[in-house]
Design a protein around this ligand. Structure first.
Ligand SMILES: [Zn+2]
Length: 258
């Protein structure tokens, strides 16, 4: 059977105002930046797939984490309709790169989906380091949880549908995963917060919020081995509705199978 041609579509789902040092480890302290929160649709498979679900409530985020804005058209159900013409109820699969508030906040919008997360991340979300507790707070107590049976736990690399694979990229969070999509333009990696922006990948510098620095460095190297195109989790250079950013040739490392 021929593998269907897949496309990825980046959708903006709100904005956070943060210190730049939280994006790129120990760089640019004291510079405030407004960064997008990306969700991504994977189009063309026989199932409709969304990677990360953004924020749930900008007021909650502004109260507990950092200043947050979300225009009405940036609500994920609206963005999905605008960029790929889907209703939330049509989505079959949601992949959460990790369970921070700005990557799983919209999960309950998807009433007919199953949710794919690394089991390690699910476990960690219930007992995070104190430095990360705020980021999981909404997931744990902020709203109606998803029914247990809707979660689909994976352990390591897993093929989700032909051409779509999840790849553990721990470091930002211990159970973090990225999503690797074979597209006509090349291998696209939806990095989640393994890379907040291209600078993390090109310079091999961790994100500013890290659970384990050595693991994060290894995950960034892995992305440089396999990616032609990337959608970093909060990169302002990704255009809304686009398929991401092409990795500069200088950032690539020799490909290793596995
Ligand atoms: Zn995160």
């Amino acid at each position: 059977m021929a593998i269907p041609e897949l496309k990825v579509v980046a959708m903006p789902t709100g904005w956070l105002t943060v210190d730049r040092s939280s994006l790129v480890y120990a760089r640019n302290y004291g510079q405030q930046v407004r960064i997008p929160v990306w969700s991504t649709a994977i189009v063309g498979a026989d199932q409709k797939i969304v990677v990360d679900t953004g924020i749930h409530d900008p007021g909650w985020v502004s109260s507990f984490v950092c200043p947050c804005e979300q225009a009405p058209e940036e609500r994920l159900e609206r963005a999905l309709k605008e960029y790929v013409g889907w209703n939330a109820d049509d989505v079959d699969i949601v992949i959460n790169t990790h369970l921070h508030y700005d990557h799983s906040g919209g999960n309950t919008l998807f009433r007919n989906a199953r949710f794919i997360v690394q089991y390690t991340e699910w476990e960690y979300a219930g007992r995070p380091l104190p430095t990360q507790a705020t980021f999981y707070q909404e997931f744990l107590i902020g709203r109606e949880p998803l029914a247990w049976f809707r979660w689909h736990f994976v352990h390591g690399v897993a093929d989700i549908v032909p051409g779509v694979r999840v790849l553990p990229t721990p470091g930002h969070a211990p159970g973090h995963q990225s999503v690797v999509v074979n597209t006509a333009e090349g291998v696209t990696v939806i990095t989640g917060d393994c890379a907040n922006c291209m600078e993390n990948i090109v310079d091999g510098v961790p994100v500013g919020i890290v659970h384990e620095t050595a693991a994060e460095l290894a995950s960034l190297r892995r992305i440089r081995q396999i990616a032609d195109i990337v959608i970093p989790g909060h990169d302002p250079d990704v255009a809304p509705g686009s398929a991401g950013l092409r990795l500069p040739a200088a950032a690539r490392l020799p490909h290793v199978e596995g």
